[in-house]
Ligand binder design. Structure first.
Ligand code: HEM
Ligand code: HEM
Ligand code: FE2
Length: 448
């Protein structure tokens, strides 16, 4: 690390990991409820657990992105963050708003709009918080010496992500119109602007870890962004097939969303290509594992498993079933959770000056969490396909079918336990590094 203010990133990562653990707890509550152990039902019924699980996911990922931005922007702009104090204010207020929202969910203050459950009054506090964050990032970037493509792409991703939150805050009495704009947030986030954030962080990591010229890496970044937007924007149509928005979306959504995997495929070629080309043998292999892993697993989870149910002829049957949960888990894990893990793995030695990356725990964290998550994906997938045939093809009752597929949730719990073991190893490593310190500051960070 080169700048004192980059230390703030650590506290964002600590909060992100804490919220991830909470998210997993609620995942297990649902998993056990699915096989009949629903002892917490009075306090945490399934629908509440589901809302907490998915919303915590969004909050911890955004917290991770913010941490990454607070580290990357000063380094790329060559300028200390304009105000570290305000960044702490932003961190604490983010945690407070998040906790208030989560507590509220347990008292039924939530909206029933998947992923966007935060009640509107609290949304305004989210907006203030995000404006403070963006203000600090933008001020640092524009007062700094340099505005690199990597930093600009990351910042654009963050700004657009904030802007796209707004259509989700408008109130509509009509269910179709509400749904129409909910997808502007949910879809255009994960299949649009979050990919800019992902691309920006990925480019930064590859520059640092492979030593390939910035020009080469940033050229690729343009290609990936281009592919993302060409397919992803109109690809929103894959959520408009049968919700009352018009037949045109069946064609548009089908064609454009089927092109979306190309952006993820390009990311695989890019990442592996840069890894091969890299002459600099960076010692932090585990960060490289997570970085290459991000590209590969996001292609499988988002690209391939997205493609599996994106055509209207398929989605007609699979919509809203466990097939969706299958894709949702591996896509979010591969693309966004893994890039946050990659960044944390890269950054901890630099923040603390301790080089613990040769450890066995680090490898265990990588393999156990990934194999566990693949197993979970398979369990959801098998349950989902069975559900589709029994419920949607044969017309059996929803509740009866859920009983028929119960056995797959034992597999889910087993695999989730493996996944959690991996995450635990990751957190143990994180804790072993300890807090960031000023001794870790080096003048020339190319040697890190
Ligand atoms: C990193 C990128 C992605 C993430 C994190 C992601 C995640 C998700 C999640 C969580 C849902 C459920 C949303 C809800 O019901 O509210 C969903 C739905 C869906 N995703 Fe993705 N996705 C990604 C990329 C893709 C891609 C590239 C495709 C197509 C090739 C795709 C196709 C679909 C389809 C068709 C649905 C609707 C499922 C249904 O009708 O129930 N996704 N995705
Ligand atoms: C490790 C323990 C976990 C368990 C046991 C678990 C279990 C579950 C269950 C049972 C559901 C509800 C599915 C349904 O409607 O029946 C769910 C939803 C969801 N979980 Fe997890 N989960 C875990 C971790 C994660 C992680 C790490 C992520 C992201 C990286 C994640 C992302 C999601 C998403 C996106 C949904 C919504 C899917 C949809 O829209 O259909 N979960 N999870
Ligand atoms: Fe989508």
């Amino acid at each position: 690390m080169k700048y004192k203010s980059q230390k703030i990133a650590y506290y964002f990562f600590a909060l992100a990991l804490l919220l991830l653990v909470l998210q997993i707890v609620y995942g297990f509550i649902m998993g056990f409820a699915r096989v009949g152990y629903d002892g917490l039902h009075e306090f945490i019924p399934f629908n509440t657990a589901r809302a907490v699980h998915t919303n915590l996911l969004v909050v911890w990922l955004l917290t991770g992105f913010m941490g990454a931005a607070y580290y990357i922007i000063p380094e790329e702009a060559e300028k200390e963050l304009v105000s570290v104090k305000l960044a702490y204010v932003q961190l604490i207020s983010l945690a407070l708003v998040g906790v208030t929202a989560i507590v509220g969910y347990h008292f039924n203050y939530w909206e029933g709009r998947k992923f966007l459950e935060i009640p509107r009054p609290l949304d305004y506090l989210v907006v203030v918080n995000v404006l403070l964050f963006l203000g600090l990032i933008l001020a640092t970037l524009f007062k700094g010496k340099k505005r690199t493509t990597t930093a600009m792409v990351l910042t654009m991703g963050l700004v657009f992500a904030a802007l796209l939150y707004l259509p989700g805050m408008i109130w509509f009495d009509n269910q179709t119109i509400d749904s129409f704009f909910r997808w502007w947030v949910v879809h255009l986030w994960v299949e649009g602007v979050w990919e800019l954030i992902l691309g920006g962080i990925l480019a930064f990591l590859l520059i640092k870890l492979t030593g390939v010229d910035r020009e080469v890496i940033e050229k690729w970044l343009y290609v990936i962004i281009g592919l993302t937007f060409i397919s992803g924007i109109i690809g929103t149509g894959h959520h408009y097939y049968f919700i009352g928005t018009g037949k045109i979306w069946i064609i548009l959504g089908g064609i454009f969303s089927a092109l979306e995997p190309f952006a993820f495929l390009a990311m695989v070629f890019f990442t592996i290509g840069m890894y091969r080309k890299g002459e600099k043998k960076h010692p932090n292999k585990i960060a490289l594992f997570w970085t290459v892993g991000t590209a590969v697993v996001s292609f499988l989870g988002a690209g391939m498993l997205g493609l599996a149910h994106t055509l209207p002829a398929v989605n007609r049957y699979t919509h809203g079933t466990l097939v969706t949960a299958m894709h949702g888990h591996l896509a979010f894990w591969g693309a966004y959770a893994m890039i946050v893990f990659a960044f944390i793995s890269y950054v901890m030695p630099n923040l603390t000056g301790r080089k613990l990356y040769e450890s066995r725990n680090g490898k265990l964290a990588f393999w156990l969490s990934n194999i566990g998550m693949f197993g979970m994906t398979a369990a959801f997938g098998v349950a989902g396909v069975a559900q589709v045939y029994l419920e949607r093809k044969m017309g059996l009752e929803f509740g009866d079918v859920q009983k028929d597929i119960q056995v797959h949730f034992y597999v889910l719990i087993a695999c989730a336990t493996m996944f959690l073991t991996g995450v635990t190893y990751f957190i143990i490593e994180f804790l072993k590094y300890g807090k960031p310190n000023d001794e870790a500051i080096v003048e020339d960070n190319t040697v890190e």
